[in-house]
Design a protein around this ligand. Structure first.
Ligand code: FES
Length: 113
């Protein structure tokens, strides 16, 4: 049985078109990046693990976000670094779309959007 707890509304899903990203600031959380990969939403930290660069300034290529500063890449579905100079992963978060809003969730079995 999946227990999903909606933690925080991040944005309207319509604010992030397919292939787009949106940086979201919410009290008590790091700046998060909402990514729309072919209609599926993923949430990761906005800050590149290689340096102090917002990934929102980069571009989404398939399921990878490319950092604008040194072109390192991260898989937004897992947070894994996929291209140097980025080596360390970024944090990925479970999310779900409900009633047109993207929510951050605590999910025991990953009912993610
Ligand atoms: S700051 Fe992002 S790859 Fe260097």
């Amino acid at each position: 049985m999946t227990e999903t707890e909606l933690v925080q509304a991040l944005c309207d899903s319509a604010e992030v078109p397919e292939g787009g990203v949106l940086a979201v600031e919410r009290p008590g959380l790091p700046t998060l990046l909402v990514c729309n990969v072919d209609g599926t939403f993923h949430v990761v930290d906005d800050l590149c693990s290689h340096g102090a660069s917002s990934l929102a300034e980069g571009r989404l290529i398939g399921c990878e976000i490319e950092c604008a500063l040194h072109k390192g890449r991260f898989d937004v579905t897992t947070g894994r670094a996929t291209r140097r100079p980025s080596k360390k992963p970024i944090t990925s978060y479970d999310c779900v779309v409900r009633d047109g809003h993207v929510f951050l969730v605590n999910s025991s079995e990953g009912e993610t959007a």
